[in-house]
Design a binder for this molecule. Structure first.
Ligand code: KIV
Ligand code: ZN
Length: 524
């Protein structure tokens, strides 16, 4: 029987809702926190990707979380915007308030139902938990037609109690029922058993959307997701690159491409524009500073690379011999060699559009084009990856107080290594020189001289955007100040310049954080 959903209307039986929680479950894992501007960029990209529901955050968690959910609800169009809440009134009202500007909104209420969680985490008896589930869903429904209820640690919940809770949540008005495998303990057979049981035993379970949310502690998140789909689930909760608590969540790109590649085994449809997958994956890596591993399915550097002679020979004769999907279908472009120093602004704009950066404003386009020309002068070949790194490095840096102007370094074995640096601070160009233990250390010391601050450097990493000695370096710098942690990224053919850019990027983020909590402390 077709489900009539408040946000999606009459849903075809084979349509799967993609619920993306990159900005909530993904963002809450260590090292993946994002600021408002970064969350907005990700949210726009997720909307262009075609996710159906975007969990934008947990509004009660912090003023920053509230603000980002509210801003996403105000500006992002397309997906249903969702906010997470525990069962308390304050949580639900805070989520409702943050979601007010949304065109379509969902409140997502969660409550633990497993014996372990009820006893040790909630310290509540099952009957009281059941009552709380009913009260919280009832309250959430007063603020949204679209309400999701999650049985936290649902996969380890006693079956009779799970059925009672789900039945009560549906009666109270939940329109989506999510059974998370919170600790990633399940195997695919568990998913089949749990969802088949709910559909068989719970009145009304076939009239709401059943949802699956799998953590990857045993590396089974996507396998469990597909098993749940086969058992009647119609919403998949997932994240870009599989980020999330501990070992992460089911990876959106893997679940979506499994559905698309194997219609015989998983005969469903999603609304995802798969050509945008790679771009969103790379954007997330750029923002967070964490690359996916080279062999990561779909989006890893080696996912479509063929090294062995036998494989290369097969692919040249017929790509299907060793490729089960085309690289283009997920956004890899065939000819990686793209543009050179003679390419004009119009060609550059076309290229950006083809790579999914169609919405870049004129100012950003001009800045990116200027940096592209500079890069093309210095680098023999400019690859798509170079342009992505450069544009991602440029976008989202409006309103930065500290800007990189110029850097000269003396490096090599005959120390001391020295850096001469120019920065623009609040519109004034300042200059400093410093020495250090290597050129990067000297550069960071020069930044500290121009702009004194107490933040500690806790991580510095360098990777290459493409291959070759003239490849752009992509650097990440993590700074910590008073328990606040920020990551900055930079890209340039000169590793030391990329490092300076990453440091300055992190510093600017720290200043934004500081300004939020202590507006008077705006100077360094
Ligand atoms: O893993 C989990 O149980 C969750 C819930 C909040 C849905 O993330
Ligand atoms: Zn989770």
């Amino acid at each position: 029987m077709a489900i009539n959903h408040p946000s999606f209307g009459a849903m075809p039986d084979n349509r799967v809702i993609i619920f993306d929680t990159t900005l909530r479950d993904g963002e809450q894992s260590p090292g993946f926190s994002m600021n408002l501007a970064e969350k907005l960029r990700m949210a726009e990209a997720l909307a262009e990707l075609g996710v159906d529901v975007m969990e934008a955050g947990f509004p009660i968690a912090s003023p920053g979380d509230f603000e980002s959910v509210q801003e996403i609800a105000r500006t992002v169009r397309g997906p249903v915007i969702c906010g997470l809440a525990r069962t308390g009134q304050a949580d639900i009202l805070r989520a409702a308030e943050a979601l007010l500007p949304a065109e379509r909104k969902r409140i997502h209420v969660f409550l633990s139902t497993s014996p372990l969680h009820m006893k040790y985490k909630l310290r509540m008896e099952p009957d009281a938990v059941l009552e709380l589930a009913i009260a919280s869903v009832t309250l959430a429904r007063q603020h949204a037609d679209d309400v999701e209820w999650s049985a936290e640690d649902g996969s380890r919940t006693e079956p009779d109690f799970l059925c009672r809770c789900v039945e009560a949540a549906i009666k109270a008005g939940a329109t989506t029922i999510n059974i998370p495998d919170t600790v990633g303990y399940s195997v695919p057979e568990d998913m089949t058993r749990i969802f088949s049981m709910l559909l068989e035993r719970v009145p009304g379970a076939n009239k709401v959307v059943l949802s699956t949310h799998n953590h990857n502690d045993l590396g089974l998140a996507v396998a469990n997701t597909l098993a749940a789909l086969r058992a009647g689930v119609r919403q998949v909760e997932c994240t870009i690159n599989g980020i999330g608590e501990r070992a992460g969540n089911a990876a959106l790109e893997e679940a979506v491409m499994a559905i698309r590649t194997r219609p015989d085994a998983v005969p469903y449809q999603t609304g995802v524009e798969t050509k945008n997958i790679l771009r969103v994956s790379k954007l997330l890596s750029t923002i967070t500073g964490f690359d996916v591993q080279p062999n990561k399915a779909i989006v890893g550097r080696n996912a479509f690379a063929h090294e062995s002679g036998i494989h290369q020979d097969g692919v040249l004769k017929n790509a299907a011999t060793y490729e089960i999907m085309t690289p283009e279908s997920v956004g890899w472009t065939k000819s990686t060699l793209v543009m050179g120093k003679h390419s004009g602004r119009a060609a550059f704009r076309d290229k950006l559009q083809a790579m999914g950066y169609g919405t870049l404003g004129d100012n950003k386009l001009n800045d990116a084009f200027r940096r592209f020309k500079d890069l093309a002068d210095r680098k023999k070949v400019v690859y798509d990856e170079d342009i992505v790194a450069l544009v991602d490095d440029e976008v989202g840096r409006d309103h930065e107080r500290v800007r990189f102007v110029a850097l000269d370094v003396r490096a090599g074995s005959r120390g001391p290594q020295r850096a001469e640096l120019e920065l623009e601070i609040d519109g004034t160009v300042l200059h400093a020189e410093a020495t250090g233990d290597g050129p990067v250390d000297a550069t960071f010391n020069a930044i500290r001289t121009v702009f004194p601050h107490d933040a500690k450097l806790v991580l510095f990493s360098v990777g290459a955007v493409t291959e070759g000695t003239d490849a752009q370096a992509k650097t990440t710098v993590r700074l910590e100040e008073g328990g606040k942690m920020v990551d900055g990224q930079g890209a340039d053919t000169d590793t030391i310049v990329a490092s300076a850019r990453a440091y300055i990027h992190a510093l600017n983020k720290l200043l934004v954080k500081r300004a939020r909590t202590e507006p008077a402390a705006l100077s360094a």
